[in-house]
Design a protein around this ligand. Structure first.
Ligand SMILES: [Zn+2]
Ligand SMILES: [Zn+2]
Length: 442
């Protein structure tokens, strides 16, 4: 390379890189100015988690914050089937001239987990869930972080209005953990009452990555999720005279073991699939054979034929195991596969690539990590599955201490999940704001 060509290339690189660097510094300053109020908001949300379908205070808080930031807020919105629950969805819109429409989504619900982090802002909340059971409640999936970052991004994009054109739609979504929130918003006219977005983006925390890192996975990224309730019915009797009944506890044990053969014996070994029995409840006392046992399963898959094979195998195994035990026709198992379903998440490859390219100069190439698909599920997928075929992309936001042992990091849905909150808020804001700006018109 000659000196003059080298100089020209360097100059060209500086000219290309300079606006990004300047923008990055400006963004850093703005984020620094917001950080303490957002960290306080995050702690407030973390201390006061609410279960799916009960996000009354969280959503009201979010609506209030976005209104303050200058958005036109519609709240509450969303419709669950049979109007069984109130939907507390939040839609906040900022119109800023002619240009693309970009939807940014953050979910807000917490989980039935008793927190065990010992943090000063740990949750001590207990709530009655949809089954009527009282449970400890914790933000163990980081939806408090998603809400915080969505509000922060809303503030920044309102302040940076001269840097973009178009329509920004911020969506505070409820009931992600029960796979119902996105559908409820779409059922209430999200794509009819507001412009259909040209793109939809979101973030989800990820303890497998260090704080400061952002993960991406083009194409299929998260699995189909089916939640299934099974009631194994038998015939109750005295524990001392099992011959007079049909023991549903023994049948359940056989069913659970037989279910393990679905993935290992009937699914193509190169296809991802999971069958987990996550709960089993039956009986009241040592010496009573109960007349039913309840099981709760989760099934994960990517391909629709794999999903269908698993669902039909569960039905076949459960029914015929009960028949083999001599359960009468009228007492065969009840299998409810329609409890919850979340379709697999497909990150639009072109949108993923475009966003990652925009993030590189702002976050640094070394902080962007291509990750593998997971068997986790996310109903953010729903925003891309209507007839409008909106391209969607969900980034993963690292939460673990830098240099920590990957084996010792508490995962999502763990009572010990504890993100490095300030660093995560800062990176989340930077990534989401940059991604939205890159998609909105100039
Ligand atoms: Zn979760
Ligand atoms: Zn989640």
């Amino acid at each position: 390379m000659t000196g003059s060509l080298g100089t020209r290339l360097l100059l060209a690189a500086m000219l290309i890189g300079l606006p990004c660097a300047v923008f990055g510094q400006d963004l850093d300053k703005r984020i620094a100015a917001e950080l303490s109020s957002l960290a306080a908001l995050y702690k407030e949300l973390h201390t006061n988690p609410e279960l799916s379908y009960f996000e009354k205070n969280t959503s009201a808080r979010e609506a209030e914050e976005l209104r303050k930031a200058g958005y036109e807020v519609t709240y509450p919105i969303g419709r669950y089937p049979d109007d069984k629950y109130t939907c507390y969805g939040v839609v906040a819109v900022l119109k800023n001239g002619k240009g693309p429409t970009v939807l940014v989504r953050g979910d807000m619900d917490a989980l039935p987990i008793k927190e065990n982090t010992g943090l000063p802002w740990a949750s001590k909340v207990r709530m009655t869930d949809i089954t009527g059971e009282e449970v400890g409640v914790m933000h163990a999936c980081g939806h408090d972080m998603h809400t915080t970052v969505l509000i922060g991004t809303g503030r920044l994009l309102a302040a940076l209005k001269d840097k973009w054109k178009g329509t920004l739609i911020l969506v505070g979504q409820t009931a992600e953990e029960r796979g119902g929130g996105a559908r409820a918003l779409l059922a209430d006219g999200l794509y009819e009452r507001w412009p259909v977005p040209d793109f939809a983006i979101a973030e989800h925390v990820d303890p497998s990555l260090e704080a400061g890192k952002v993960g991406y996975c083009p194409g299929w990224a998260m699995a189909n999720v089916d939640m299934i309730d099974i009631t194994i019915r038998g015939v109750g009797s005295h524990g001392a005279r099992p011959n007079q009944g049909k023991d549903p506890i023994v049948i359940s044990a056989e069913v659970i073991n037989a279910l393990q053969t679905i993935v290992s014996r009937t699914i193509d070994p190169v296809e991802p699939a999971v069958v987990t029995v996550g709960s089993i409840h039956g009986g009241t006392k040592h010496n009573i054979i109960p007349d039913e046992v309840k099981l709760q399963l989760t099934v994960r898959s990517y391909a629709e034929d794999v999903r269908q094979t698993i669902l039909s195998s569960i039905e076949r195994i459960t029914t015929y195991t009960a028949k083999a035990a001599g359960v009468p026709e009228g007492r065969l198992p009840i299998i409810d596969g329609g409890v919850e379903f979340t379709p697999a998440l497909y990150n639009d490859p072109a949108l993923t690539e475009r966003t990652v390219k925009a993030l590189e100069p702002v976050l640094g190439k070394e902080n962007l990590v291509q990750i593998k698909p997971t068997t986790g599920g996310e109903d953010f997928s729903e925003y891309g599955r209507t007839s409008h075929k909106v391209p969607v992309f969900m980034m993963r936001l690292g939460t673990s201490p830098v240099g920590s042992d990957p084996e010792s990091r508490p995962g999502l849905h763990s009572a010990l999940f504890k993100p490095e909150h300030e660093a995560v808020i800062a990176t989340g804001l930077k990534a989401l704001t940059t991604a939205a700006l890159n998609l909105l018109g100039k």
